[in-house]
Design a protein around this ligand. Structure first.
Ligand SMILES: Cc1cc2nc3c(=O)[nH]c(=O)nc-3n(C[C@H](O)[C@H](O)[C@H](O)COP(=O)(O)O)c2cc1C
Length: 200
């Protein structure tokens, strides 16, 4: 699946697939799990949508609510591990990164501008992500007012919008194959990637 067995070709394949996942809704790498450090219970993990993958800056991005628990966790410990899995080709990627949070700067403005209205809806809630609504009888009202919101209405969500930009420092590629598992690692050291094979 990688089109070759050299470390170089695997790394090129990884970046190509990550970039594809940002624009192909059905790509399995579009919905990775990210884990953070939690002060209350050691670690925390959840699915996000991969929004950007740039090989040149070796960075990944996702969007989130500035009020969410993960933002608090990242302010205490700016490290994220990403896990991607493509069952059709039996490939797992584990990626380590360090984040910067962008909410009120040109980068966040740029991503908000190109964020589709349908994706902005989630940022319009009055309740911070994860807080109790205080009503045990019924769930909160639907996010959508029975129709698609307009671009103008969606601007109300801007204060809650954050871009988490993650600078990668370690990529672990693991492939399950009939002839045996293959594992390779790529590490960002002294401003360059170094790579090697590992026992799976
Ligand atoms: C398919 C899928 C995609 C999701 N995408 C995002 C996302 O891009 N950003 C995000 O903050 N939460 C996303 N979520 C919700 C998170 O998994 C999580 O429940 C929420 O962000 C609260 O996490 P936290 O309490 O750890 O901050 C997604 C959930 C699913 C099931």
């Amino acid at each position: 699946m990688t089109g070759g067995v050299s470390l170089q070709s695997i790394f090129a394949w990884v970046w190509n697939e990550l970039a594809r996942a940002t624009c192909e809704p059905q790509h399995p790498f579009r919905f990775p799990v990210i884990s953070t450090t939690s002060t209350s219970h050691g670690s925390n993990a959840r699915i996000v949508v991969l929004r950007r993958a740039e090989e040149l800056t070796h960075s990944l991005e996702f969007y989130t609510d500035l009020r969410s628990e993960k933002i608090g966790e990242l302010k205490s410990d700016p490290r994220i591990t990403w896990v991607f899995w493509d069952p059709s080709i039996q490939v797992q990627l584990r990626i380590r990164s360090t984040v910067t949070i962008h909410s009120d700067d040109p980068l966040a403005n740029d991503r908000w501008r190109t964020c589709p209205t349908s994706s902005r809806v989630i940022f319009l809630t009055d309740w911070a992500s994860g807080t109790s609504t205080g009503d045990e009888e019924s769930p909160p009202p639907p996010l959508w007012p029975g129709r698609m919101i307009t671009g103008e209405e969606s601007e109300r969500g801007r204060p809650h919008f954050a871009v988490v930009r993650c600078e990668l420092n370690y990529v672990d590629f693991y492939e399950i194959a009939a002839e045996g598992q293959r594992r390779a690692c790529f590490q960002w050291i002294n401003d360059r990637w170094s790579s090697g094979w590992m026992s799976p």
